[in-house]
Ligand binder design. Sequence first.
Ligand code: ZN
Length: 289
Amino acid sequence: MKIGQFVKAHIREIFSHCDTGDHNEIDFLLDPAYSKRTFGVNFPFCAAVEDIEKTESKRYWTDVYLVRGTRVRVTSQWFESSRPLFFQYLKSKNIEPKSKLENYNPTLTSSDSGNKVFTARSNSRYRGNAIGNAQNLFVRNILSRLGNESFSEKDWENTKDYFSRRCAYCNADADLLIEHAIPINKEKLGEHRLGNLVPSCKPCNSKKRGLDFREFLGDDLEAIQKIEAYMDSRNYVPLEDSEQMRMILDMAHKEVASLAARYIRIVNELFPRSSDPDSDDDQCDTTSI
Ligand SMILES: [Zn+2]
C-alpha cells in the first residue's frame, strides 16, 4: 500500500484517539513543528479547514473531519521515508497498523456506460447493489450538507402554508410528505434545503421519483412557476448548472466505488458466506443515480 493510502487508512482512528481522553493531541497534530518531528513531513498532520481555504492550499486531502469541534483536513504530503515514523506513531497511540490491507487490490473495470462493475466472488457476503448504494449515499451526504442551512418544524409548517396545505404538484388536499423538488443526486444536484422542500401527496411522491419538478409537471406551468417562486422566496438557487459541482460529485462517486470495492473485498475475504446454493450471480452492476 502506498504511504498516502496507508496514512489515510488510519486517520479515523487517530482522530478518534484525539477525541477521547484527557490530552490535547489534536493541538499537536495541528502544529507543523510537531508533525515534522513526529512524521518527518513538511506540513502539519492536519490543518483547520478555514486556514486551508484562506491559503487555497492544495496540500491537504479533501476529506473533512470534525475533531474536538474543529473541522480539519489531513495533509497529503507524505513520502515513503515517513513510513517507519508513522508506524511508530501508531504504536505509541496503541493503534494497530492495518498492514493486512496491503494484500488487497480490488478488481474494478469500467463498463461501456461508465458505471463501475464489481466482480464479486460467488460466495460473497455482499452482493447486489452494495457499491452503488455506497456511492449514492455518499453523493447524497455531500449534497445534503452543502450550505449548512438549518430549518425547523415551524419553517416546514410555513412552507405547507405557502402551498395552502395542498400537494405542490397536483393541488390535492391530502396527507403531505416532504418532497425534494429537485432530487438529491449527482445528475440533478438538488440539496436538502428548505427552498428545495415542497409538500407532496403520496401518489405524486411515488410517481415523481428521480424526476426534477419541471420534468414531472410537464406543461403545468402554473405549478412550476409557483414552485420556482417558492424557491426564490427561500433564497434557494439550484446548483443545476454548476459544472464544477457535477465534476466534484462525479469524482466522489468514482472514488467511493473503489473504496467500497476494496472494503467489500476485504470483508468477503475475511468473512466468506459458508454456503449458499443459489449464489451464482457473480457480477453485480451498480446503479447510477
Ligand atoms: Zn399530488
